[in-house]
Design a binder for this molecule. Structure first.
Ligand code: FPP
Length: 243
């Protein structure tokens, strides 16, 4: 049976959920933030090691300013309200992405919650905020090139492991499972390097309606999948016998 150690979540469909109810998009984001809180607690209780939530992409900066401001407000409010709960639930928080593009007070709030939870040993919760995977890869290439330029590394030392170590998600393992809600079947610049061998689940459920029960059903399905990593089925069966 597979063990899911890292789940990546593309929380999509807040706007459509609100539109279906003839409400403003912001209403969907409020409900979406509540769902995020429930799913974080569920993952923590299920003993999942890592959860990475796509909270705001680099492309989301292109949305109407009022919606961007509202999403920033929700993130701010989440961090303020949840800091103590995260410590209580033993959840370690961190953010990845071009965090410096965020409003200064939000950057401070992220720093504070990261510090407050740094000794927590349970679920490692990562918010991808102002995050874009291609940008992350470019930054990793720049960091590696700079080390080569300073003679700290040789070109021959550049390996897959070394590149992984320069990704922002490091030292988390690669995501075993990436879930996207709302029926869209694409990655939208999320964890491109890290998802080389991830299993995918695309569900039609809109993010505000996503539940712990559906998450458990998805994990149960994941557990029954055969992950071959390029090998054959008999090889995998043999390895399982030995282990
Ligand atoms: C996609 O819905 C969702 C986002 C743009 C970001 C996710 C944000 C939240 C869940 C709320 C804030 C989260 C926290 C944890 C405070 P969409 O607007 O793209 O939906 P649509 O595709 O139906 O328009």
């Amino acid at each position: 049976m597979n063990k899911v150690r890292h789940i990546g979540m593309i929380m999509d469909g807040n706007g459509r959920w609100a539109q279906l109810r003839r409400k403003p998009r912001t209403f969907g984001h409020i409900k979406g933030a509540r769902t995020a809180k429930k799913i974080i607690t569920a993952c923590s209780q299920m003993g999942i090691e890592n959860l990475t939530l796509y909270a705001f992409s680099t492309e989301n900066w292109l949305r109407p300013q009022a919606e961007v401001n509202f999403l920033m407000h929700l993130l701010r409010r989440y961090l303020k309200r949840e800091s103590e709960n995260l410590v209580k639930e033993n959840i370690q928080f961190r953010a990845i992405g071009e965090v410096e593009r965020l409003p200064a007070d939000l950057v401070n709030a992220i720093r504070e919650v990261t510090q407050a939870t740094q000794h927590c040993t349970g679920l490692k919760l990562t918010f991808a905020i102002s995050y874009g995977s291609r940008q992350e890869i470019v930054h990793a290439v720049q960091k590696i090139a700079s080390k080569v330029q300073k003679n700290l590394l040789t070109v021959e030392q550049i390996s897959e492991t070394l590149v992984s170590q320069h990704m922002e998600t490091y030292p988390a393992c690669d995501p075993d499972l990436i879930i996207r809600t709302s029926g869209e079947q694409r990655l939208s610049n999320f964890l491109l390097w890290q998802s080389a061998y991830s299993e995918f689940c695309f569900t039609d459920t809109l993010w505000p309606d996503f539940s712990k029960e559906e998450l458990i059903a998805i994990i149960t399905d994941f557990n029954s999948r055969e992950r071959r990593f390029g090998k054959t089925s008999p090889q995998i069966a043999n390895e399982q016998l030995i282990n």
